[in-house]
Design a protein. Structure first.
Ligand code: UDP
Length: 584
């Protein structure tokens, strides 16, 4: 902890420097000016001493950088799963490039050589292998620092990343907030004192307040770094984001859909939701126990044209208070507070539905789709709601009546306009009753259809929702109590008996998995696979007790391999125990 004294001076800075950005950094030249200001304002010698310490630290930091250069150690085999930890990673705000300074003490692991550019060292956002999101650095000898601008050191532990699309709530939650939250949990020094650096180049964006919840320090965006200096050096930093919580791929290389290998459960999503709820200081709205429906409305486009009628119908059908919220008219705290106690959330397809993750267990999500949109092809919110342990009921409704849709062919292309297309293509789109699967992000037919407004056929919607609510599973227990897997069976033994020239029996017994004695499990079964040695097929059996005598297909004077595993509640398959060799 060479720079331990930084901790102590931080409060002094915060109190005295008007500029919030300067409060985090200390800069050699600026500091000299400030020392006088500070000395005037603070007569306290202790603090003055601390400040003089800063200058010594600066010199020491600079000397360290020149001597030691940059150190990098990464986790992950590929650029798509790599996160790197750096000491003394620098950034030129003029060149807009990161710099790795080489010296005799620098470390670069992995040392990829030119493979570092094939295609990149790592993904800077959680969106996989997107060529606008790659991270790399340029290399220089540490000695070249002599000829470069005086570095400004960033004392905070930094998490350096790209946000993918900070103006879209789905992207905010799925690509940024959840991955940042869990990347921070992966590395203990990324705590509340850490600072986030957003390098994608956007301004703060519409939802900056949400990003601010993740650490105690104001995040900085790329543009702001310029005001801090020409050469920034991050004392300690992590670069990249964990993708472990993402559940959706947006269709850059194949049509959009759930990720092939989802690794997150509702449990982690809900813990993140709890963190956000607490940080927002959200109080639970309404009377406890009172059930209500939230309609999340869009006000700019993809509108429900008969929303008032819809609200009345929902209230009447379910005998519940029904309220509307929108991003335009409500604060985040209000929305989270309302959603977190709602029984049902009804909304047009759109990013606002990412906020389903704040719903309580057992709630129902009703997603409405405009005409010609097949809900099966666009499932970011369905996938979220149906993650194991999310315990949400999901139902989709589509407008199937052309007369109930309002199109906007003359709007700009990115709002679904098609006037720029040739006439034949326009006609084809207008006649089509379903948008074929397509890649992201500029398919004009998709944009045309997804930006329609809809007059919802109330009767058909209510019918769909009624059906869903009727089949809703009862209130579930915590996911982890019902989703635990058996351990290996233990101490397996076999005993053979030969009955005759062609008849034999194999008695196999074992002990229950070690964790079973601590669990209440509805149904415990065992699967036993018997394979004749040297054959590549096996015969599977399912038995209820930890011993069984097999006689079918068992031959005398033969070697058998026996594989045993335990199964809880039909679908929780445990691991196979070490193979057992049995000879008749
Ligand atoms: N948005 C909104 N009201 C509207 C239209 C959009 O709040 O009337 C929000 C929407 O929730 C999202 C962002 O604006 O966070 C961008 O919306 P867009 O239609 O581009 O994306 P989508 O919702 O289809 O993902």
């Amino acid at each position: 902890m060479r720079f331990g004294s930084r901790m102590n001076i931080a409060p002094v800075f915060n109190a005295l420097l008007v500029c919030a950005l300067a409060a985090v950094l200390w800069k050699y030249i600026k500091l000299q000016d400030h020392v006088f200001v500070l000395e005037e304002e603070l007569v306290l010698t202790r603090q003055t001493q601390e400040l003089s310490q800063v200058r010594i630290d600066y010199q020491a930091a600079l000397q360290d950088l020149v001597q030691d250069g940059t150190k990098m150690v990464c986790a992950g085999k590929m650029h798509t799963d790599r996160i790197c930890r750096f000491e003394s990673l620098c950034y030129s705000t003029e060149a807009e490039e990161f710099i790795f300074f080489h010296s005799n003490s620098s470390v670069m692991l992995p040392n990829l050589g030119s493979r570092r550019f094939q295609p990149a060292l790592l993904d800077l956002s959680s969106v996989e292998d997107h060529n606008t999101q790659y991270f790399n650095f340029v290399e220089l000898p540490a000695a070249s620092l002599k000829f470069m601008p005086k570095p400004v050191f960033v004392p905070d532990v930094a998490l350096i990343l790209n946000r993918f699309n900070p103006d879209n709530l789905m992207h905010v939650f799925h690509d940024d907030l959840l991955p940042i939250f869990y990347t921070m949990q992966q590395f203990p020094d990324l705590d509340q004192e850490a600072r986030l650096f957003f390098m994608e180049g956007f301004g703060e964006g519409l939802h900056f307040e949400l990003y601010k919840l993740l650490s105690g320090k104001q995040p900085l965006v790329r543009e702001q770094l310029k005001t801090l200096g020409r050469l920034l050096c991050f004392t300690k930093s992590y670069v990249g984001l964990s993708k472990i919580t993402t559940w959706y791929q947006y269709g850059f290389v194949q049509p959009q859909g759930p990720k092939a290998n989802i690794l997150v459960s509702g449990n982690e999503i809900r813990q993140f939701a709890k963190f956000v709820t607490e940080k927002l200081n959200v109080s639970s709205e309404g009377t406890p126990g009172e059930e209500y429906i939230v309609v999340f409305s869009r006000t700019i486009n993809r509108i429900i044209l008969n929303e008032a009628e819809l609200i009345l119908a929902l209230a009447r059908e379910f005998q519940m208070k029904t309220i509307t919220v929108s991003i335009e008219d409500h604060t985040f705290s209000d929305i989270v507070s309302l959603i977190s106690n709602a029984s049902m959330l009804v909304s047009m397809h759109g990013a606002q539905l990412a906020m389903s993750l704040f719903l309580p267990r057992g709630a129902t999500v009703v997603e409405l789709f405009p005409y010609a949109i097949n809900p099966e092809h666009y499932t970011p919110y369905k996938t979220l709601c149906t993650l194991p342990g999310m315990d949400l009921q999901y139902v989709a409704w589509t407008n199937t009546e052309k007369e109930n849709t309002v199109t906007y062919p003359d709007r700009p292309w990115d709002q679904g306009g098609i006037a720029h297309l040739d006439k034949a293509e326009q006609d084809r789109i207008l006649k089509s009753s379903e948008v074929p699967r397509h890649l992201c992000c500029r398919n004009p037919e998709w944009l045309f259809r997804i930006y329609q407004d809809t007059e919802v056929n109330i009767a058909s919607l209510i019918q769909v929702v009624r059906q869903a609510v009727k089949t809703r599973p009862g209130p579930k227990r915590q996911a982890w109590t019902s989703g635990l897997y058996p351990g290996k069976v233990r101490g397996a033994k076999c005993q053979a008996s030969v009955q005759g020239a062609s008849e034999a029996k194999l008695s196999v017994s074992w002990q229950i998995p070690w964790n079973l004695k601590y669990l209440k499990v509805r149904e415990v079964k065992y699967e036993v696979w018997i394979q004749e040695q040297g054959e590549n097929t096996y015969v599977p059996y399912t038995v209820s007790h930890p011993n069984h005598t097999f006689s079918d297909n068992i031959k005398p004077f033969t070697n058998y391999l026996v594989w045993i595993r335990c199964i809880f509640n039909k679908n929780l398959l445990g691991p196979f125990a070490d193979v057992l060799l049995c000879s008749t």
